[in-house]
Design a protein around this ligand. Structure first.
Ligand code: GLC
Length: 428
């Protein structure tokens, strides 16, 4: 890869999206993740928007096909069968007309919709308003679901009931909360991931037992949100999720204004204010970042993970918070070949090659850079973007990167990494 010029790299990134296209939707990578994933697709739609607006809309439209009647957009839509992934549709046992999983993922959808809409308008696409209007309805229903199902007490923070919902499956942030979850399962566990990728880079077997225990519990609740809320052995009011929801809500407000939808603008504004207030209360001066709360123990989750920086996309920090967060990110990146690590390198939990316990993820850097810019920290934003682009230029479009060496790890030919290249390459 390292002798490729930038236009070559952009061409290669587009080729990965084409290769992972399964007919209007994109799989994260072949074999390891052979279906449509929720937040992957939202990032991918933004990547497509750099060169093919029609295809960008299509990605979101196909994801919306999986939306449940109650508004939830599931984390996986099983458009077509594949036997290279576990757990498949039979384990989830959900009832949507297209098989889906029963949990969700970060709602990047709203951010992506605004991005795609703007690209379509810039390209003079006559059908943009109509396509955006329909998808806006999907997004709005999903945001209503989030607040009703995942913040029933109106705290301004939405909760995850499964680590997979966070998108950061085996993050050290979940260690304590997950340790309480039994390892017993009624479902037989047949992992496929460790046949595709070196097991030392993947979550451990004991993590999988707990992941599947949670699926068993929620399936037994008939996927009813109120029943799940009561039964959940794992429940975390999460700052990364809330921040993405809040940012997406602001992006939907922008679209509601353009589409001339005053009632929706009012509804979404009150939603955004609630979430931003909830997030602001999660800042910890002593840690220079935001923290989630374990709703089962009632304790803050102080584990140093990337999630603590994501609220910058939604919240305006004051001057001293800005300085503190800037210094904290610089500290995490000290001595690293590529930042920003998903776990602070000096933490005992740091494992530079194991998935969400240390590696650098391009889409996370994209969010961190957006948050830094939102807060006027442009130099650091540019540094993060440039470092991410260079990591891809050196190692290719891998699933993630070892921060200590820059080596590309996990699955290769990853869709959202290619999408991140297409977007970040234009900025750095
Ligand atoms: C893993 C990641 C998750 C991602 C999925 C597909 O489960 O943790 O964030 O959406 O793979 O790429």
């Amino acid at each position: 890869m390292n002798d490729m010029t930038r236009p070559d790299m952009a061409k290669a990134a587009r080729a990965i999206l084409a290769r992972n296209d399964r007919g209007g939707y994109t799989v994260p990578t072949e074999r390891l993740y052979p279906f449509q994933w929720n937040w992957d697709s939202a990032f991918v739609a933004m990547g497509f928007a750099t060169f093919d607006v029609d295809r960008a809309y299509r990605e979101l439209e196909r994801l919306a096909e999986g939306q449940w009647d109650d508004g939830m957009i599931p984390h996986i839509v099983f458009h077509a069968p594949s036997d290279t992934y576990f757990p498949g549709p039979d384990v989830w046992g959900t009832r949507h007309r297209i098989p889906t999983s029963g949990i969700t993922q970060p709602p990047v959808f709203g951010m992506a919709l605004r991005h795609v809409h703007e690209a379509a308008v810039a390209a003079g696409d006559a059908g943009a308003a109509e396509r955006t209007r329909k998808l806006f309805r999907n997004a709005l229903r999903s945001h209503r679901w989030w607040l009703a199902a995942r913040d029933p007490e109106g705290t301004g923070l939405v909760a995850i009931l499964h680590p997979w919902e966070s998108g950061s499956d085996n993050s050290p942030a979940w260690d304590e909360a997950l340790a309480r979850v039994p390892t017993t399962t009624t479902t037989a566990i047949r992992r496929k991931d460790t046949g595709h990728v070196d097991p030392s880079m993947r979550p451990r077997d004991v993590d999988y037992q707990r992941f599947i225990h949670l699926v068993d519990v929620y399936r037994d609740c008939g996927w009813d949100p109120a029943k799940q809320w009561k039964a959940a052995p794992f429940k975390v009011a999460e700052v990364q999720m809330t921040a993405i929801l809040a940012r997406s809500t602001r992006d939907l407000i922008d679209l509601a204004r353009r589409l001339d939808l005053p009632d929706e603008t009012t509804e979404l504004t009150s939603m955004a204010e609630t979430l931003e207030k909830g997030l602001a209360g999660r800042w910890r001066d002593d840690l220079s970042r935001f923290v989630s709360r374990d709703l089962v123990s009632g304790e803050d989750i102080a584990a140093p993970t990337q999630a603590g920086f994501i609220p910058l996309i939604a919240v305006m920090l004051d001057q001293s918070q800005r300085k503190a967060v800037d210094a904290e990110i610089a500290h995490w990146c000290e001595g690293m070949a590529v930042g920003v690590p998903s776990t602070m390198p000096s933490a005992p939990a740091f494992e530079p090659r194991r998935y969400w316990r240390g590696p650098v993820w391009a889409v996370i850097n994209w969010l961190i850079a957006d948050g830094l810019r939102h807060n006027g920290l442009n130099d650091t934003a540019r540094r993060v973007e440039r470092g991410t682009v260079q990591a891809m230029e050196r190692a290719g479009f891998c699933e993630y990167f070892d921060p200590t060496t820059g080596e590309g790890l996990g699955g290769d030919t990853f869709s959202w990494t290619a999408a991140a290249y297409l977007v970040l390459n234009r900025r750095s």
